[in-house]
Design a binder for this molecule. Structure first.
Ligand SMILES: Cc1cc2nc3c(=O)[nH]c(=O)nc-3n(C[C@H](O)[C@H](O)[C@H](O)COP(=O)(O)OP(=O)(O)OC[C@H]3O[C@@H](n4cnc5c(N)ncnc54)[C@H](O)[C@@H]3O)c2cc1C
Length: 425
């Protein structure tokens, strides 16, 4: 294979992992190898920081199942008509061309921890000295009786962005005045605590914009309270009076089942029927993490709070939604923050680079209506027990319109910044 630079080879590997399998994946010139599974908020950041900070001293491979990544963040704004779909999609080209990362577009089937190799779906093996596992979440379909992967085509969860988001958008746009939307909200812990309620706001924004006065949005929540509840409920009252009804478990008594054929959601209290039913089930760490024995009974993966190192395997780091991150919520911001700590620890392990004390941060912005943005966030530090919150902030009810607009604009800056930080610029 003449005239192939390492960078162009990386892109080719992305195009066809199978055909290039063995020779390419063998250890490159004795350099230590860092491999990352999952090119999302956590994995993309980890790969980029490893490559950027270690330069030619480290061989970095990123294994990602999809050719492009659709962000869950701002997918609600796409539903609300504030963004187009293309604007929330990102590619891996710059990670390969600007940072020399070998991007392998393939599904990682298992981790052979004994041999320190990732086994891809085609059977080829990628050896590692240190491995970052960042597969995000898997949906636990049967946590809602009657729900399944097939049912999700009719009652989309849209909690993994991509085709599911587009199904939800087309169903939302097809709603007619007088028709009802039902959301089954997820139990804790789940990705993006304020996400369901921002989504409800965007549903209402679309209905209001069409001048609908007879449609309702019913939220059936297994939790007695939710993130930024006072802010959302104040905003719903202000912008969408009478349109949104939120019921906690003390009112509906529990979700009994859903029926995709009729659009019915049966609870202990009553049966609610929607022309659009958005079912967001319980979640667990992405399958590869569980299959490799990195998770515990909670379905998520315990880590060392000082480094993000797996408690099950000291050659592996688990970051993002798949890990148990103490007080940190499961968010893109958190995953990005954890990735930098893991990348630093790996450079310490493999290159004797200096390792500074870990610090973490998170902010989650939500849009309630045009220019009405709110946020919640915190700083965190590791303790022997967990990643613990050290200070926090949250928007206040009754804030003026200028502050809310500034908060929304801040979120746009954050989106541009974090996607550049993950995928390169
Ligand atoms: C509606 C919604 C709104 C949200 N809004 C926000 C927000 O405003 N701010 C915020 O910070 N967060 C937000 N989030 C949360 C955020 O999207 C997630 O917390 C974040 O993406 C988690 O990052 P991750 O790297 O753990 O997983 P992901 O970003 O999901 O990345 C996982 C990647 O791993 C790949 N993968 C999985 N298994 C394999 C395998 N076996 N082989 C190869 N590849 C694999 C997947 O294809 C995927 O690309 C929102 C989420 C939702 C659902």
């Amino acid at each position: 294979m003449p005239n192939l630079t390492r960078r162009s080879f990386g892109l080719l590997a992305g195009a066809s992992a199978a055909s290039l399998a063995m020779p390419h994946y063998a250890r490159a010139q004795g350099k230590p190898r860092a491999v990352v599974i999952g090119g999302g908020s956590g994995g993309g950041t980890a790969a980029r920081y490893l490559a950027k900070d270690a330069g030619e001293d480290l061989d970095v491979t990123l294994i990602e199942a999809n050719a492009r990544y659709t962000t869950c963040y701002f997918s609600n704004l796409y539903l609300g008509g504030f963004r187009d779909f293309e604007s929330i999609n990102h590619g891996y080209e710059r990670l390969a061309s600007n940072y020399g990362i070998t991007v392998v577009n393939a599904f990682a089937d298992m981790i052979d921890r004994e041999a320190q190799e990732v086994v891809l779906a085609d059977g080829s093996r990628v050896p590692y000295d240190r491995l970052v596992v960042a597969p995000g979440i898997d949906i636990i379909y049967d946590s809602v009786p009657g729900y399944s992967e097939e049912a999700a085509q009719i009652m989309p969860h849209s909690w993994k962005a991509g085709p599911q988001t587009q199904i939800l958008k087309s169903k939302l746009d097809a709603i007619e005045d007088g028709q009802q939307i039902v959301m089954v909200a997820p139990p804790n812990p789940y990705r993006c605590p304020p996400g369901p309620y921002e989504r409800v706001s965007m549903f209402a924004h679309v209905l209001k914009n069409k001048g609908y006065t007879n449609s309702k949005i019913i939220v059936l929540d297994p939790k007695p309270s939710f993130s930024k509840q006072a802010l959302f409920q104040e905003g719903w009252e202000k912008h969408y009076p009478g349109m949104i009804e939120w019921y906690g478990p003390d009112v509906h008594g529990g979700i009994v089942s859903v029926d995709p054929a009729t659009g019915a959601v049966e609870t202990d209290l009553d049966t609610f029927t929607g022309s659009l039913v958005n079912v967001i089930p319980a979640q667990k760490a992405g399958m590869i993490a569980t299959k490799a024995g990195l998770s515990n009974d909670s379905g998520f993966c315990p880590i060392d709070p000082y480094s993000m190192r797996s408690k099950m395997d000291d050659k592996i780091f688990v970051i993002g939604d798949a890990c148990i991150a103490g007080d940190m919520p499961k968010s893109g911001f958190s995953a990005n923050s954890q990735a930098k700590v893991a990348a630093m620890a790996i450079r310490g392990d493999l290159l004797d680079a200096r390792v500074f004390p870990a610090k973490y941060s998170n902010t989650c912005w939500s849009l309630i209506d045009t220019n009405d943005g709110v946020k919640v966030g915190a700083q965190y530090a590791p303790t022997d027990e967990k990643i613990a919150s050290t200070s926090s902030f949250v928007s206040q009810t009754g804030e003026d319109a200028a502050l809310r607009q500034a908060t929304y604009e801040e979120s746009i800056g954050w989106y541009n910044g974090i996607t550049a930080d993950i995928f390169g610029s």
